[in-house]
Design a protein. Sequence first.
Length: 173
Amino acid sequence: MIRVTVFVRDAAGDLEKFRTNLERWFDDAMDRVSGFYKRKVQVAVLAYAILLTAALNVDSVAFARRLWTDDLVRSAAVAAAERQQQQRPDAGTTRLLEEVQELNLPIGWSPSDPLRAAPSGVVGWLLKLLGLTITVLALSLGAPFWFDLLSRVARLRATGPPPPPASDTRSPP
């Protein structure tokens, strides 16, 4: 309330100046609040990404290496994705999960021995740490980033050669 009385006094009867001061004060306050919540959300998303990556043992380097070197796994993953694309988005989700599990990709912990696939040597551990870090960073970027990126890639892929310029059918003056 004190702030409003200061605005009334500063405006000296000028309604437009009072309105401008009030709008500026409100916009500044909302910018501060938005920044505060944005920072808090970024920290929370990063924490969730770390927990999810650790809980599921999603190593991006191991995952990419497996798809890069194993032609059978790569072709099976592509076939599963194509089958899913032809279906309705909500149909066959459990079947898709079963197909992904059948691929035996390096995701998740083994119930019998969590360190079964533990890397050997310093280089192996550094690659594991790099893979987990890449996964955390990719998850922390959030869905809007990945949606925009995939939309751009799909748009670029769907575009063909540019259409020919429209010819002017009018006669010259």
